[in-house]
Design a protein around this ligand. Structure first.
Ligand SMILES: Cc1cc2nc3c(=O)[nH]c(=O)nc-3n(C[C@H](O)[C@H](O)[C@H](O)COP(=O)(O)OP(=O)(O)OC[C@H]3O[C@@H](n4cnc5c(N)ncnc54)[C@H](O)[C@@H]3O)c2cc1C
Length: 455
């Protein structure tokens, strides 16, 4: 069966009962990638690179062809404190790199909130966090140069002075080739102060525009069924002390391991919907109250990162979908989002059991496919441990987001109609498509999911 013959469901997932499945190649040396992509090789297209595979869409997989799992290319090749750079293979986990850099008193800039993702996946897909100041919104903005194998098997290097090309390669979702080495900018560890606030949706709406447009790191948790918002606001604070890892680790453990696992159990053992969700919301509220308000009040990019390798298993099983909304409109959007969640639950009985997570995303024009290319945005990530009803929820969330001018990120946003990205990315997506055609005229890196947007 040809790739194009595979049926595309509304969820953007492909279903075929009799597909043989792709070949999975797990290279330990870069040369194996070059050999595999050589048009004469025994490996067949499409080729899809994969890091930790934590994306929410079908950008890392294929029903046929070859998935190139880069997780064993995990060498930190060099840290250069004088030039403030580090050179790594793509499969290095962000957490491992952060620990290594800390030995030199250095840290990563740019947005990143997750330890167990790979550097390759983070610069080719979206990687955001509560960044601020001169940090780029996406970790990809920190890329100085990359080495990759082109779709026809040729090794090339792209440097940041090749600005137009670099803009296409950052956030390129593995469509322009497979990266085998990355040089990132790093910086001395900077401390920030964290303020926590708790408020209602109306109160948040009243200050949302001010907060969204201020130069602060903003992460928040929405509990629409409790009319509660928990804010984590970060500001530079060179004098801050006591930026220990332990409290952040406990916070991470609470949010990314305890909550999903407890909610899964509750969903299994409490049959009555009303009681179940009351309990779930109670626990969310308690966790946010204790973990966020009491535990941490200073940090740095080196300490305040989410998700250990262990908790990654729990995280991987979560359903999530992220949309980006203009920060200028967010005061209205956040209230509309609460109404939307209540409406969906009324109509379908489905609701997300985890709090919706949001970030302020500063303007970042370092990548053609950056959702915040033109203006600061607010990212909203709906998350659920429950799969039953999730697909329909993601469709409804997509309708809501498009109504409010939402912009997708191709590895984190489900249910994006094929013609929608042109409306929000405009000429930038056309330029990306043109560059993609030049690098991959035979569409060797394209699976059906990506083809619907980029052919
Ligand atoms: C519970 C949960 C929470 C999350 N929270 C956040 C969050 O706070 N912030 C955030 O930004 N994201 C978040 N994500 C989304 C996801 O983790 C990020 O987008 C992450 O950066 C992806 O990294 P990865 O290593 O898993 O990449 P993958 O999912 O494996 O790949 C991402 C993309 O990069 C491409 N790619 C991977 N390696 C290469 C390579 N060597 N060469 C070329 N292309 C390559 C892939 O083809 C794919 O298109 C979350 C996900 C989950 C499950």
């Amino acid at each position: 069966m040809s790739v194009n013959a595979i049926r595309l469901s509304r969820s953007g997932k492909y279903r075929s009962p009799v597909m043989p499945g792709p070949t999975v190649l797990t290279p330990t040396r870069a040369v194996e990638i070059r050999n595999a992509l050589n048009p004469e090789s025994r490996f067949s297209a499409p080729f899809r690179p994969m890091g930790a595979n934590s994306s929410a869409t079908e950008c890392t997989s294929s029903s046929v062809g070859t998935v190139v799992d880069t997780s064993l290319l995990k060498q930190i090749k060099h840290v250069d404190p004088d030039r403030r750079t580090t050179t790594v293979q793509p499969g290095v986990r962000i957490g491992d790199l952060v620990s290594e850099l800390a030995e030199y008193g250095l840290e990563l800039g740019g947005g990143h909130d997750l330890m167990s993702r790979t550097v390759g996946g983070a610069v080719s897909g979206g990687c955001i966090g509560p960044s601020f100041g001169d940090d780029g919104a996406f970790l990809a903005s920190q890329v100085e140069s990359i080495k990759l194998v082109t779709p026809d098997g040729k090794p090339i290097e792209i440097r940041s002075d090749q600005q137009n090309l670099m803009h296409a390669f950052r956030l390129s979702f593995g469509m322009l080739g497979i990266i085998y080495e990355i040089k990132l900018k790093v910086r001395p560890i900077r401390t920030f102060a964290v303020t926590h606030r708790r408020c209602s949706f109306d109160q948040f709406g009243a200050v949302a525009e001010k907060v969204a447009n201020a130069d602060v790191g903003l992460k928040f948790y929405l509990l629409p069924f409790r009319d509660r918002v928990y804010l984590d606001i970060r500001r530079h604070s060179p004098g801050a002390t006591g930026t220990h890892r332990i409290p952040w680790k406990v916070k991470d453990w609470g949010e990314s391991t305890v909550l999903p696992n407890v909610f899964k159990s509750i969903n299994r053992i409490v049959p009555m919907t009303g009681v179940r969700y009351r309990l779930i919301d109670e626990i969310s509220q308690m966790t946010q109250g204790i973990v966020n308000n009491r535990l941490v009040n200073t940090g740095s990019n080196s300490t305040a990162l989410m998700s250990s390798a262990k908790s990654d298993d729990a995280a991987k099983k979560l359903n999530y979908c992220t949309w980006f909304f203009p920060a200028a409109d967010f005061a209205i959007v956040v209230q509309a989002y609460r109404d939307f969640c209540l409406r969906v639950q009324d109509a379908s009985r489905f609701r997300c059991d985890m709090p919706t997570v949001g970030f302020r995303i500063g303007r970042d024009s370092s990548a053609l496919l950056s959702p915040s290319f033109d203006e600061p945005m607010i990212a909203l990530r709906a998350i659920s441990t429950q799969s039953k009803g999730w697909e329909d929820f993601a469709i409804d969330f997509g309708d809501f987001a498009r109504h409010w001018g939402g912009t997708p990120l191709f590895n984190q946003t489900q249910e994006v109609p094929a013609d929608y990205p042109s409306q929000v990315f405009g000429s930038r997506i056309n330029l990306f498509r043109k560059i993609r055609r030049q690098f991959d005229p035979e569409n060797r890196m394209m699976n059906p999911f990506l083809s619907q947007y980029f052919l």
